[in-house]
Design a protein around this ligand. Sequence first.
Ligand code: SF4
Length: 350
Amino acid sequence: MPLPRTPCSQFRSDRLPRSRSVAETQGTSGSRGAALKVLLAAPRGFCAGVERAIRMVELALKKYGAPVYVRHEIVHNRHVIESLKAKGAIFVEELSELPETTAPVIFSAHGVPQTVAAAAKAHNLFYLDATCPLVSKVHAEARDHYDGGLEIVLIGHAGHPEVVGTLGQLPAGAATLVETEEDARRFCPRNPERLAYVTQTTLSVDDTRAIIATLKRRFPGIVGPRKEDICYATTNRQAAVKAIAARCDALLVVGAPNSSNSLRLVEVARAAGCPKALLVEAAADLPWGELAGVATLGVTASASAPEQLVDEVIAALRARYEVCLETVVTGEERVAFNVPRELRAAGTPE
Ligand code: SF4
């Protein structure tokens, strides 16, 4: 059955009492097929930590020339990695893969265990740390709790580089990883009176709240962060998705399969009432079959996905549908982080 061709003007922004629907609702783009209402979530895409990390690689390339080595994907996005490779960045997983070099080595935004910085120093490497300041804040909390004699619960996902980096701030055995509410129910501390928790920055806000509630119910004296560890960007992107999910027949998260941020947005969309939430890496991967019969499509992008990928997705949708685009704004962000002093003099990236 053909989808109804609904004029943009019939989509009412007042269906979203707690969000602001931008009057950028744009007209259709010619008679290309069925009508498709696209709800574009805002905020979406790059966060301040990702922008800083990418800028650091670009500035290092400008100041020191190629190659610049980067330990681990600077941020989890293939498009970003390929574009930095084209400019002269070389990505390695471990410092042991590096040749003899005086070129800079940059640590990714996810943070690294202390042993990595120590190994870099021991080998006289010139390294620059692109760990997001909000991840560094969690590292500092974890070290403070340890120094204060507390046993630490780290809420996060096993194997994620950020979790590896946070655990690596502490001696082995000082922290226990808790991934689920079930883990929180089973956790047996050495001393229930001497406990603290920290979290990965890119978790589901709701799942984490439930895990923390379980820990607090069992251990009322557990010490938590003064300000949440889940970062502003994760929180805002999830809130933006929640605001549109129930209005969407399907929702696309532009992101990467190894990006925690991206995967959480897919889960949040489903939990908030969107029947079909899908991760796409780029316009070329759009799952056209899955979109058959979809009248309202949500679009967002994870904190490591460049806006260019969103633009290309919208352009691909316009090529197939009569798109009516509405941006739904649930918050504004003005966060920016400085690059390290060594790179400030390099000016702006080329
Ligand atoms: Fe930093 Fe949050 Fe961005 Fe991660 S998602 S880089 S913690 S601002």
